[in-house]
Design a protein around this ligand. Structure first.
Ligand code: NAD
Length: 340
């Protein structure tokens, strides 16, 4: 575990176990010097405790990168709650999590993430004020989707020579909070959508609302398209799946879609442009961070719209230095963290 902390340069790891509610939770904080650590709380099934801890640590580092590249005065943090085998009292579980967050006295601020929703954050808010994306503040996912949409435009421009998405084939893996909202923006811009989700009801909804074409989960990655947008869980692009890709670019919302940085090099060698996850998916973080400090909706929208510009700069450096955008973005984030 210490090797994992050291490898990701995470600083602290906090664990909570509350048998009365079934809570087993991890909070990882990365590079705490930049300000309070803000990052979502996942509520998912994990095969074991090690994978939950690993997820929290890696995601906390990504949150640091996300914040520093977006110019936000925040550190990276992430919480993971291991979904109990037996159906728990969800309200009690999230209240217990709220008490856990409160013990950190503001060093970590939580938010929604995969498997959690604003109603869960309302429960958390009964015990701590270090929480965002409650029902009152709203779900940040639509803002994440807006940022990913801006990033897809910039990616299309860099790889295909135009940011006009009319007629472009976009494969979306995962139609959850972000994927579904992204599908709406892409459909409005005239893109043709190829969609998959583990939950067939979400696929049906996208077919009806956006005229999307359904694709089986196991074949989406290998389906020819212009842009592949992973919007499900992480590590979907690995040694086993990378060779299946038949797209010009990968640009989606999922955190850590690559199993390792070497995958980015392989994408580069294959001429597939990769939009670094922590640049393209930072719209939700921008929203919660700026809303938390009282900025206006117009300021938030303007900040999110700059995501495309940041990606364009990274792509230009990538081309000039013949290194993958993922390596360029990581080097830039590490540099900013070190001088910050
Ligand atoms: P979500 O849980 O609402 O949706 C994820 C969807 O992906 C679900 O519908 C699930 O069934 C589907 N899915 C999972 N694995 C799949 C697979 N192999 N094939 C097809 N479908 C699959 O989560 P979300 O909030 O939409 O977030 C999606 C991703 O974006 C996550 O990786 C998350 O960490 C990342 N992200 C989310 C936000 C946000 O604001 N919600 C911000 C930044 C990053």
């Amino acid at each position: 575990m210490f090797a994992l902390l050291h490898g990701s340069r995470a600083e602290t790891l906090h664990l909570a176990c509350d048998p009365s509610t079934g809570l087993r939770a991890v909070i990882a904080i990365h590079h705490a010097r930049m300000g309070p650590a803000l990052g979502g709380c996942r509520y998912l099934t994990y095969v074991d405790e090690e994978s939950a801890i690993e997820d929290a640590i890696q995601l906390a580092r990504n949150m640091s990168y996300k914040a520093v590249l977006a110019g936000l005065p925040l550190s990276g943090g992430k919480a993971v709650i291991m979904r109990p085998v037996h159906q728990p009292d969800r309200a009690a579980l999230f209240e217990a999590f709220g008490r856990f967050v409160e013990t950190l006295q503001g060093r970590y601020i939580t938010a929604v993430d995969s498997g959690t929703c604003s109603a869960d954050m309302d429960r958390v808010a009964l015990h701590t004020r270090h929480v965002t994306s409650t029902s009152e503040e709203g779900d940040p996912s639509p803002h994440t989707a807006l940022g990913v949409f801006a990033g897809i435009r910039a990616t299309a421009m860099a790889r295909l020579g135009s940011d006009n998405l009319e007629g472009l084939r976009v494969g979306i893996q995962g139609l959850g909070h972000v994927g579904y909202a992204l599908a709406g923006h892409l459909h409005a811009a005239g893109a043709e959508l190829l969609v998959s989700d583990l939950d067939n009801r979400k696929v049906q909804r996208a077919m009806q609302a956006f005229n999307a074409h359904p694709v089986a989960c196991e074949t989406l990655l290998g389906t020819p398209c212009d842009i592949l947008a992973p919007c499900g869980l992480g590590k979907v692009l690995n040694c086993a799946t990378l060779m299946q890709l038949r797209c010009a670019a990968v640009a989606g919302a999922a955190n850590n879609p690559l199993s390792s940085l070497e995958m980015a090099d392989q994408l580069e060698r294959r001429g597939i442009l990769y939009a670094p996850d922590y640049i393209i998916n930072c719209g939700g973080l921008i929203k919660v961070a700026l809303q938390h400090r009282g900025d206006s909706a117009a300021t938030i929208a303007a900040h999110i719209s700059r995501i495309g510009l940041r990606l364009t700069e990274v792509y230009a450096h990538s081309q000039a230095h013949k290194r993958s955008p993922a390596r360029i973005a990581q080097a830039l984030a590490e540099h900013l963290l070190n001088v910050g």
